[in-house]
Ligand binder design. Structure first.
Ligand code: PRP
Length: 197
């Protein structure tokens, strides 16, 4: 494991078993995605739409890698229950502030797993009649997919393993790590114990 970057985060380093993507690897890919999007959306004044919270880090980096005029807006969702979520039912708790009819919308995600969340949100946005609606995700876990979603821009295909960092959390922790890592089993257990006590 590349320990130098982990050592900058002593409060987290003991929880981490393996670095999956380094900050440099992630940033290189984000720049490439930004260049591609800048070409494809030239003179289209696109609006980037994200769903909170995990996308926050990627969105900030992607915006700065895009070299054409671009707008940004966010949605927030809440699951009724895990059972409801498994069926793709989510509740919109924050809608967009920007009307998107006739606009070129790029939906930005941190990770697509089952595709259920994205499917629900894309259907919601499509009803507003945007000029175009495409998807950009930095991480993709194809093995978990339940619904086929066309993804136009993809950062990395990742195996079906629980990962944290670069926006991805475990119980709201680790989002601020600039790399993607796997946690040691005890990192899960420790938090389970502390939450229960
Ligand atoms: C993640 C991610 C997607 C969703 C993908 O959000 O940001 O919105 O899960 O999962 P799916 O493809 O199986 O539907 P999460 O619920 O972890 O919330 P967060 O962004 O606040 O961390």
């Amino acid at each position: 494991m590349n320990t130098s970057v982990v050592n900058k985060y002593p409060d987290f380093s003991k929880d981490i078993s393996e670095i999956i993507l380094t900050p440099e690897e992630i940033q290189r890919r984000v720049i490439e995605l930004g260049e591609q999007i800048s070409q494809d959306y030239y003179q289209k004044n696109p609006i980037l739409v994200g769903v909170l919270k995990g996308v926050l880090i990627f969105m900030a980096d992607l915006l700065r890698a895009i070299t054409i005029p671009v707008e940004v807006d966010f949605m927030a969702i809440s699951s009724y229950s895990q059972e409801a979520r498994d069926k793709g039912l989510v509740r919109l708790v924050k809608d967009l502030e920007t009307p998107i009819a006739g606009r070129h919308v790029l939906f930005v995600e941190d990770v697509v797993d089952t595709g259920l969340t994205l499917n629900y949100l894309l259907r919601t946005l499509q009803m507003r009649q945007p000029a175009s609606l495409n998807v950009c995700t930095i991480f993709n876990k194809q093995k978990l997919r339940l619904i086929d979603i066309p993804i136009k821009y993809k950062g990395f295909d990742l195996p079906d393993r629980f990962i944290v960092g670069y926006g991805l959390d475990h119980r709201e922790k680790y989002r601020n790590l600039p790399f993607v890592a796997m946690l040691k089993p005890q990192a899960f257990q420790k938090r389970d114990v502390s939450v229960q006590s």
